[in-house]
Structures are given as C-alpha cells and as structure tokens.
Design a protein. Structure first.
Length: 212
C-alpha cells in the first residue's frame, strides 16, 4: 500500500500544479484582453499563451462566462490580500479602505475589467467571492465599538453600499462616467451611507467628510 503521507504529498502537488496552471490561464487571458478586443480573444489563444492545452482551459476554468467570472474573482482576491496587509484601523476607516482599494484594483487594469464587464451580462451572479462580507463585518465592528447606531441592520447597509459601488462600476465600464467620477461616486456613496447611521460621537466628522 502507498503510505498515507505519500498520498497526501501527491494530492498536494496536484493541487499546486492545478493552481499554477489556473493562474497562468488567467494571466494569459488578461494579457490578451489588454492587447486585443474581447470579441477576438479565443480559448485557443489563451491556451497557447498559457502554454496549456485548450481542454485544460475548459476543465480548469470553464466556458467564456466562467472565465469572465474568474477574472472578477481575481480582483476580489487582490482585495483580500491588500486588506490582510492593511493596518488595523477603526471600522469606519476600514469600510472606506475596502471600497477605495477595490476601485483602485479595477482602475489599475481598466482595459481588462471594462471589456469583461461590458461583455458579461451575468456579471455578479457567478462569483465565488465578494467584498460584501468584509464590509458587513466592519459595520458590525463599528456597532460594537459604539460608532454606529445599534438599531441599524448591518446586512442591509452593507448591501446598499455595495449596490451603489456596483452601479458606478457598470457605468464606468460602459464609459458613461470617468475614472475620477467612478472613484468619487463610490467614495461619496459610502460616506453618505455611514453618515446616516453613525452615533453622535462621530457624526460631526462624518458630516465634514461629505462637505469636502
């Protein structure tokens, strides 16, 4: 019989190889989308750039729609890594950082994300990750710290903040608003939501942010 530790090592190696190939595929897709129009990019081209078989792209990622979902999920992964390295600030600052960091990620690779969002009508329905949980957690922490009103439903507020940002994201992806307007709408919408639910101890500072 194969020793248990050997089997686990084999499984671990397979998983690492799978992750490495998946990362190469997503990197290849991003590179091609920076160079070409999304309509001209094929799975075969992505496979060639990633140095894998076309069937590997389909098996590890899936069809075109799931490739788009994986690219958006990758943005959320970048957000998670950035937040893990961020200082442990107060909950309200953390919420603003979540929104600002995600906007910066989209803007940093705007050609890729604009093309993906324009061509993917189901955007948001196939994602495995979302900035919703960290926003909701920060709101709950804000309540516990006495910064937010205790009667506020943090789930609904988190959903409202995220909905405002997603709306601005899609307007930006369609070139209806500029990079600057995208950033400002997400930031102002977040500050407006927070100003409506903060306690008296931080209300003046919250309102002052809206005036700037």
């Amino acid at each position: 019989m194969t020793p248990p530790d050997h089997r686990s090592n084999v499984v671990g190696l397979r998983e690492r190889n799978k992750r490495a190939r998946t990362e190469r595929i997503l990197q290849a897709a991003s590179e091609l989308l920076r160079e070409r129009d999304v309509h001209t990019v094929t799975l075969e081209q992505i496979a060639e750039r990633a140095e894998v078989a076309p069937g590997t792209v389909f098996n590890l990622i899936g069809p075109r729609e799931q490739l788009f979902a994986a690219l958006i999920d990758q943005a959320h992964d970048q957000l998670s890594h950035a937040l893990a390295k961020a200082p442990d600030d107060d909950p309200l600052t953390r919420i603003r950082r979540i929104v600002t960091t995600l906007v910066n990620i989209f803007l940093a690779d705007s050609r890729v994300y604009r093309q993906v969002l324009r061509q993917w009508p189901e955007s948001g329905t196939m994602l495995r990750s979302s900035p919703y949980p960290p926003i909701r957690q920060a709101l709950s922490d804000g309540q516990a710290a006495g910064l937010l009103l205790s009667e506020v439903d943090t789930d609904r507020v988190a959903a409202a903040i995220l909905a405002g940002c997603v709306g601005a994201l899609h307007q930006w992806s369609a070139s209806i608003i500029s990079n600057r307007a995208f950033r400002e709408r997400c930031s102002y919408g977040t500050d407006l939501a927070l100003a409506a639910i903060v306690t008296d101890q931080v209300r003046s500072a919250a309102l002052a942010r809206l005036a700037t």
